[in-house]
Design a protein around this ligand. Sequence first.
Ligand code: NAD
Length: 519
Amino acid sequence: MTLQRPASVTDAFLQGLVARIPSTSGGTWKLTEVYTGEVLVELPQSTPADIERAFASARAAQHEWASWPLKKRLGVFKRAHKLFLDNAVTTTDLIQVESGKNRRMAIEESCDPPMVMSHYIKRAPHLLAPVKRGGPVPFLTTSTEIRQPKGVVGVIAPWNFPFATGLSDAITALIAGNGVVLKPDNKTALSPLYGIQMLEDAGLPKGLFQVVCGEGPDVGPTLIDNANYVMFTGSTATGRVIGERAGRNLIGCCLELGGKNPMIVLEDADMEETVQGAVFGVFGNTGQICMHIERIYLPESRYDEFKSRFTAAAEALNVGATYDFGPEMGSLVSPDHKERVQSHVDDAVAKGATVVTGGKARPDLGPAFFEPTILEGVTKDMLAGSTETFGPVVGLHRYRTVDEAVELANDTEYGLNASVWGGDLKRAEDVARRIQSGNVNINDILATAFASKGTPSGGVKQSGVGARHGDQGLTKYTDVQNLAVLKKQVMGARPGQDYDEYVKGMLSGLRMMRKTRIR
Ligand code: NAD
């Protein structure tokens, strides 16, 4: 049976979307439908000169945008919030054709930018308002903390959540008064392009939010050299390259990188919920979520029970290539990525691991499908034991004591996300606090942490620098101006004043200030 593409994905629609990508002589890249491998559209590629022009246009529009009262800026996002939800089905169609994920996950992804807008529409007036503080001399001095936009922010996004990572961080930068130049992954440029169209339909000034396309190493240097700040989401290896260049340019950057996320099951965990959680944690988005689970630690007493129920659940998963809500798991993003996942499994097996279930590609379903895979006996000398696989593959491990479980969970260079399951919440929390990870979810995999937009979410160790969400998710896109006012000149010795007298006065003034309640 031939696969029917979603009705919204017409050639005219796609041509309209890619028309905004600047490309004078960069050629094109074949963007394909993942389920079939057929070309969807020739994606224009941007040259360094195109990228420089994109920054110039964004910068010109940004001066005007930053001068708008915040209330007027936020009005754009209030309208956009409605448009994003009204058009969630079209967004979902685009996310699915370009990424190959299942529809259940694609519709969830379409909701992230509206959630971020909703949070910062309420929070930004507080975060961006000037804060007046007392200066060094009570009553006679003031110092005001003023938040100013950085200018034009370069956003580099990966393919696994192209709509969420391409837009949500950009929207926050825009709310703070910046312009944005986004570089999505070539494979998944369509859904972010559609998001920008919706933002402009909601009143975002044209030119303020630019998109440039190309392979990372071709586009990256010019993008970073022209940006006032870089927001990067992607692998740890690329994060190092980005961070190095940003450092040389003395601009700030936020790096949201990879993980090798552990799940610890405690003795008193509810087994049904735990298995259900693990199924999402390991196989959700076909294992291509930065916060997904690749290592599960189980107490001896519950290992066999978990293994048999989890294996049965994995084998019962509906895996398939359809544009309806049926499949519980979709495709990997590309045949190349499928090869990488296969190589991790093959390497593990060659070094002594055993396959409990799965372990192979599913060419009968599509060019990049891979079976839900559970391994035992994975050790740190295997690729799957030490580096991020980023596919539907997990290793099961036994532990004897909780201390050992914590030690094993922390035995990694990554620290993005962790998940602890237990009936006694206090005990589970005690375990969670001991895990070196930017996010830890109790009795959940990742959604509780990631959807808590008021709390910063980022990685520690080799999983990142900085965070998205929370107050710092917005303020990182601003510079602080310390605007200080001296109402009457009282600092320093007065003309003709004896210096010993002045020093005595100054020191007693400092003693007094220590005691006053004025801050
Ligand atoms: P990647 O690092 O290969 O690519 C990410 C983006 O960077 C792409 O747009 C790519 O074109 C670009 N890029 C590549 N090399 C570049 C260079 N030299 N200069 C500038 N840009 C460059 O990562 P990926 O394989 O596309 O994405 C998967 C990775 O992203 C996984 O490691 C995953 O864990 C991580 N990720 C992290 C988060 C998070 O929030 N921590 C979220 C999603 C994905």
